[in-house]
Design a protein around this ligand. Structure first.
Ligand SMILES: CC(C)(COP(=O)(O)OP(=O)(O)OC[C@H]1O[C@@H](n2cnc3c(N)ncnc32)[C@H](O)[C@@H]1OP(=O)(O)O)[C@@H](O)C(=O)NCCC(=O)NCCS
Length: 188
């Protein structure tokens, strides 16, 4: 328990070819609002479209509170080239007993289809296995959001099935596809 708490209360900064993954901070509010106000981005995630920068500030405040409490949380995805914060990726939950967890993510529409989330997910899976010492990492996407399934596949996660009406999103029950990768599985 203390092991995970100390990781999430001092989330490290991770680096990939094009990205820096670092803890969220209040100064990200403008960059976050720039994409979180887009209903196409929020359509398949569990947060509501941000109506004003206050929503983005509330979101960041909640994320920072989670860090303080040592709870699983998200990294800001930032572009090395511009320093701009363009999305988030992180752990939704961790099961300490089973050494498992679930990853979730979202990205500004301006940057879709350039392999950015695949690059970020590969690094977060590496972090989960090598640093958090997890055994199984899951991710799920609404079946109406196949691009997210492609990201999971590209990062080496395997499709395990469809969970019918598993969640209620924006007032409707939706089917989700479950993916997972085990510590011993090949990573792409
Ligand atoms: C889903 C999302 C994370 C993808 O991020 P991304 O950086 O664009 O992903 P990548 O570029 O790494 O890979 C996307 C893949 O999906 C494919 N794709 C895009 N639109 C697609 C569609 N409608 N149907 C099927 N595949 C699609 C792309 O061609 C690409 O695959 P390829 O490399 O084999 O060609 C991004 O669109 C997003 O943040 N959406 C809004 C929030 C969200 O849905 N979050 C996930 C919740 S589970």
């Amino acid at each position: 328990m203390q092991f995970f708490k100390s990781y999430f209360s001092h989330l490290p900064t991770l680096e990939t070819e094009r990205l820096i993954l670092r803890p969220l901070r209040m100064r990200d509010a403008e960059d976050l609002f720039a994409y979180a106000k887009d209903p196409e981005v929020s359509k398949h995630v569990l947060w509501e479209t941000h109506r004003s920068i206050w929503d983005s500030r509330m979101f960041l405040r909640a994320a920072i509170r989670q860090y303080r409490q040592g709870q699983p949380g998200s990294f800001a995805i930032t572009l090395k080239q511009s320093g701009r914060m363009i999305g988030t990726i992180g752990f939704m939950w961790i099961n300490i007993e089973y050494k498992s967890g679930e990853v979730g993510y979202s990205l500004s529409r301006d940057y879709w289809n350039r392999g950015i989330m695949t690059e970020a997910l590969r690094e977060v899976l590496r972090f989960g296995f090598e640093e958090l010492e997890l055994n199984r990492i899951e991710a799920q996407h609404e079946t109406s959001n196949p691009a997210s399934g492609k990201v999971m596949e590209h990062a080496g996660m395997r499709f395990e099935g469809v969970l019918r009406q598993r969640i209620k999103n924006k007032g409707c029950y939706v089917d989700v596809a479950l993916y997972a990768i085990l510590r011993g599985d090949p990573r792409e």
